[in-house]
Write a protein that binds this ligand. Structure first.
Ligand SMILES: [Zn+2]
Length: 429
């Protein structure tokens, strides 16, 4: 692995300050030097390191996605995801892993897999270099109840039929299920605490007993695993806080009591609302029969309004919310994930600085990596993007692959910067 010296770049270091002009040296897989420069005086070449003249490009930490499903196959239903045979499915996941890296997401948290071992196999293949992809945490299938979100079985087909989710009823079945996924090697158990309107069960509905949730958390902790919850209803969000479920996905329906509880425990939880799903299902899925009239009847417009109010309230209370929008459906295709940052600015009232921090510095703990990623600082791991443009002036540049000039993960270029004409003063967009 060659060392790399980036010169003449605008450094966004993840600390929340305005970017500065400087140079960044990467040695091995770490950032070893970050210096401010002035008047175009770049650092002298470093022996053994290639020099990349950034020509004023924006250099920032690789982005961190808090809610991904590599095995969702850009189809319009859970059934269509579920029916993909395992052989094609694992190849699909490998392609998606590469796509995330292409789009600047150097770390991703798996939020559930469509088959028991897809996430684990992909994580292992990335880690041993068999395929390319971001740093990855592998999830279980969605754990659900008979009749709940993820129970795709049909009563007229032979039982037990393989389902989208892992279906359990009662504490002992929950215990067995968690142990099974621990055996498979997941990093996290995904539990569906609330409904999902598109499946016929409203988001306000909760589907597990407190006892079943308690066993899930207790057993996961015994195996050193994290629990992450699909939690739209107020009751289910409160259960996450009371029972110590670290990752709260969606958190749409809150009240003052729930917000107070969350604020008092804000360092113990990660919240990722998945706004892309709500926005695009509500308003941009007509092509698949989900016209705004249909999705309004389903309850999505009301939920979207509630979720936006909840996220605004959380932001005011200093609860950090993270990008991750349930991408991988037909109307939320993989690779468009940076739309979440625009949604945070447009709908939640974040500044573009906050949106950028939510995708970088705030994500390290979500990846269980603390401050070793998400920053451009000496000693941090070298996950680095070079952007043609200024995301602080226009956050949407991060949606455009052509503007993401290069992607480095762990000190190695996944995509090296393109060749630039010798006398060009800027990158051609
Ligand atoms: Zn999800």
């Amino acid at each position: 692995m060659a060392d790399t010296l980036f010169t003449n770049v605008r450094v966004f270091d993840g600390g929340g300050e305005a970017p500065f002009t400087g140079d960044v040296l990467v040695q091995g897989n770490k950032i070893s030097r970050v210096v401010k420069t002035s008047h175009g005086q770049a650092s002298p070449p470093v022996l053994g390191a290639r020099t990349v003249d950034g020509a004023g490009a924006f250099l920032m930490p690789g982005m961190i996605e808090a809610h991904t499903h590599f095995s969702w196959n850009d189809q319009p239903s859970l059934d269509a995801i579920q029916r993909m045979p395992p052989e094609e499915h694992i190849l699909w996941c490998a392609q998606v892993a590469k796509l995330y890296l292409d789009m600047g997401w150097t770390s991703c948290v798996g939020a559930a897999a469509a088959k028991p071992r897809l996430d684990v196999v992909i994580r292992n293949a990335i880690n041993d270099g068999t395929i390319v992809g971001p740093r990855y945490l592998a999830a279980s299938q969605e754990i659900t109840v008979p009749g709940g979100l993820g129970d795709t079985t049909q009563p007229h087909l032979p039982q037990p039929e393989f389902a989208f989710g892992a279906i359990v009823s009662g504490a002992e079945e929950m215990r067995r299920c968690v142990r099974m996924f621990a055996k498979y090697g997941v990093d996290a158990l995904k539990i569906n605490l609330s409904g999902e309107s598109i499946t016929g069960m409203p988001g306000e509905m909760s589907q597990f007993t407190e006892e079943e949730i308690r066993v899930c958390v207790q057993e996961a902790k015994a195996w050193g695993k994290r629990v992450q919850a699909h939690a739209r209803s107020t009751w289910s969000i409160q259960q996450c806080i009371k029972q110590g479920i670290e990752v709260i996905y969606h958190a749409s329906f809150t009240d003052t009591e729930t917000l107070d509880m969350l604020e008092a425990n804000k360092l113990a939880h990660h919240v990722a609302p998945g706004l892309a799903w709500l926005i695009n299902t509500s308003h941009h899925a007509s092509k698949w029969g989900l016209t705004p009239e249909v999705t309004k009847k389903m309850g999505y417009h009301r939920e979207l309004d509630a979720a936006i109010e909840s996220m605004k309230a959380m932001r005011k209370r200093g609860i950090r919310i993270l990008p991750g929008g349930d991408y991988g459906f037909a109307w939320t295709p993989h690779g468009t994930n940076a739309k979440d940052l625009d949604y945070f600015v447009k709908h939640v009232g974040m500044s573009s600085m906050e949106a950028l921090l939510s995708a970088t510095a705030w994500g390290g703990p979500m990846m269980k990596m603390g401050k070793s990623i998400g920053y451009i600082r000496e000693g941090c791991l070298a996950d680095i993007l070079l952007i043609d443009g200024d995301p602080l002036a226009d956050i949407t540049v991060l949606q455009d692959k052509r503007r993401i000039l290069s992607v480095m993960k762990d000190g190695e270029f996944h995509r090296a910067p393109p060749l630039r004409p010798a006398h060009a003063t800027r990158w051609a967009a």
